[in-house]
Write a protein that binds this ligand. Structure first.
Ligand code: 13P
Ligand code: SF4
Length: 318
């Protein structure tokens, strides 16, 4: 594959079609290389709201491309492979959520952005891993239904023990592959490295790590840390993203932690989507209106200070 020729072709098509290329931090390296905007789910929502070009080409999983469309509905949003879905987002369904809401009528519903637009429409406020604690705190509620990631929910609960939380039994299959024995082995190989964990990891993995951050929070933290080497307890290609941001430091990926859905997007599919107007996100207007409200509230809260904050897990929980 002549990557340089393909990258040039993609950049030319983006100009011709007046399109911006928005790329999540877990995308393939060759896609990260040509991005206009590269970020975590919160940063990409903030950027999507501000896009003034005609089109957005979104390289990430389904709920991310849908959020971009909902936040800036007059734009044509391309998702170069519509089958690139987040399995965790599809672990929560509207019928089950409605039932739980009936059982817990006083609870405020907070949904991770990793949910379908239909579930967002039943949600009071969304959050990402970059602002989950601040979002729950901002509701002022003493009782919360949190969907769908139990691990992120437990991370919030540790910081806000006074809030009664009802978790949905969802999880990220990719982050569940990361275990303490794997990290112990990696730490033995790289004794100087700090371990950075994503809050989708299990609590024992988070406790074994030196800090817990969203993907963008990891980038900010790595800039401030005196460490020169890091073990990245998140999706494999997050290590490439960190390398792009900090080429002078070394980042070790957990090689088995691959999100196969993120990898369904290829640079060839980005080109084909632009060339043939394929993979356009289509959503019902009423559904978008209902899902926009919790997303806009989330974006208004912004990034939490702890997301690029203290190093020690204990300090992060205190
Ligand atoms: P971030 O919001 O940290 O980018 O995470 C999104 C995601 O899907 C992690 O698995
Ligand atoms: Fe979903 Fe996990 Fe993939 Fe993130 S890494 S998109 S949570 S399956």
């Amino acid at each position: 594959m002549d990557w340089e020729a393909l990258k040039l072709e993609v950049r030319q098509l983006l100009d011709e079609k007046d399109a911006v290329l928005m790329v999540h931090n877990y995308q393939r390296p060759e896609i990260q290389d040509v991005a206009d905007e590269l970020g975590d789910s919160l940063a990409l929502c903030q950027k999507a709201q501000q896009v003034d070009r005609d089109r957005i080409v979104f390289c990430g999983v389904d709920f991310m491309a849908e959020a971009a469309k909902i936040l800036n509905p007059s734009k044509v949003v391309h998702h170069p492979d519509l089958d690139s879905v987040c399995p965790m987002a599809h672990m929560v369904d509207t019928e089950g959520l409605k039932m739980l809401q009936e059982q817990k009528p006083d609870a405020v519903t907070v949904s991770y952005i990793n949910t379908s637009s239909e579930v967002k429409a039943l949600t009071d406020i969304c959050c990402t891993s970059a602002n989950a604690v601040d979002v729950v705190r901002a509701t002022g509620a003493s009782e919360i239904i949190f969907t769908p990631d139990t691990n992120l929910g437990m991370w919030i609960k540790r910081k806000l023990p006074e809030v009664e939380m009802h978790f949905w039994p969802g999880y990220c299959p990719t982050h569940m592959l990361i275990t303490v024995p794997i990290l112990k082995q990696m730490r033995a190989e790289h004794p100087e490295a700090e371990i950075l964990a994503h809050p989708e990891c299990t609590p024992d993995v988070i406790d074994f790590s030196d800090g817990c951050f969203s993907t963008e929070g990891m980038i900010k933290y790595a800039a401030r840390s005196p460490a020169k080497e890091f073990i990245v307890a998140s999706e494999r290609d997050m290590a490439y993203r960190l390398h792009l941001a900090h080429p002078e430091k070394t980042f070790h990926p957990v090689s088995i932690a691959v999100c196969p859905n993120m990898k369904k997007i290829t640079l060839q599919k980005v080109r084909d989507s632009l060339k043939h107007d394929k993979g356009i996100v289509e959503l019902d207007e009423d559904l978008m209106d209902a899902a926009r409200r919790p997303l806009e509230k989330m974006v208004a809260i912004g990034r939490s200070s702890f997301d690029s904050g203290p190093q020690e897990i204990a300090a992060q929980v205190a």
